[in-house]
Design a protein around this ligand. Structure first.
Ligand SMILES: [Zn+2]
Length: 227
């Protein structure tokens, strides 16, 4: 039974993981100071903390299908409240909107007929229509897979634009104390591409190579030496 598997995981957490990180959890019991608001799809294949190797308390996560940020004040609800709290109260310095490959919502935007019986999903997909319209104008001759990826990327760009309509975000951008980032996570490759607004394209995040440490006295660097 799937839930048994989940409960076994919870037991393992309490027995093995919690005791190892007791100090961190006790500190987090009374406060949080997340480094970023991470807005991503509810898709089960995305694990923001695994992907970014962050610990509890480091990411304030907003999960919503299609990683959609409705324009303010057209659709006040959970997403706008989460943004307001993270940006206006917690004062996160960065907001990341992270789309992903093989997104069911993006496929739904391309094939809305299949989702018609789902009234809520269909209404929600409306927020991704500007991405499709923008793409229809600019990109021709793409294969289906290329079009889906281009739509996924464009959708992230549109949601970044929508973020600007939220008063808490606009105020912090005006102060120069907030940065917005657009990502696409390529699930099968473990790759993330990020949006470069100057070049209007997504580029692969370069892996930062660890700097070579100069060995003292000309000898070899100690193995496992702290950098
Ligand atoms: Zn998705």
């Amino acid at each position: 039974m799937p839930v048994d598997h989940i409960l076994r995981g919870l037991k393992r957490f309490q027995k093995k993981v919690y005791p190892k990180h007791r100090e961190l959890f006790q500190k987090l019991a009374l406060q949080q100071r997340p480094a970023a608001l991470f807005i991503t799809c509810a898709d089960s294949r995305i694990d923001p903390c695994l992907l970014t190797q962050t610990k509890p308390g480091e990411l304030f996560i907003c999960r919503v299908i299609g990683n959609i940020v409705p324009r303010y004040p057209e659709s006040i609800g959970g997403v706008s409240a989460t943004i307001e709290y993270a940006v206006g109260v917690l004062g996160v310095p960065d907001v990341i909107v992270c789309g992903h490959t093989d997104c069911g919502v993006m496929k739904g935007v391309l094939n809305p007929e299949a989702l018609k019986p789902l009234a809520n999903v269909t209404a929600w997909l409306g927020h991704a229509q500007p991405a499709r319209e923008a793409l229809a104008k600019s990109d021709g001759g793409l294969s289906d897979a290329e079009f889906l990826l281009a739509l996924t990327e464009r959708n992230v760009v549109e949601q970044l634009k929508n973020l600007h309509t939220h008063p808490a975000v606009a105020a912090r951008l005006e102060q120069g104390s907030l940065k917005l980032h657009g990502w696409v996570y390529h699930i099968g490759k473990g790759v993330v591409t990020t949006y470069n607004s100057r070049r209007e394209r997504f580029f692969r995040v370069r892996t930062i190579k660890p700097r070579k440490t100069k060995a003292r006295d000309g000898g070899p660097a100690r193995k496992g030496a702290k950098r």
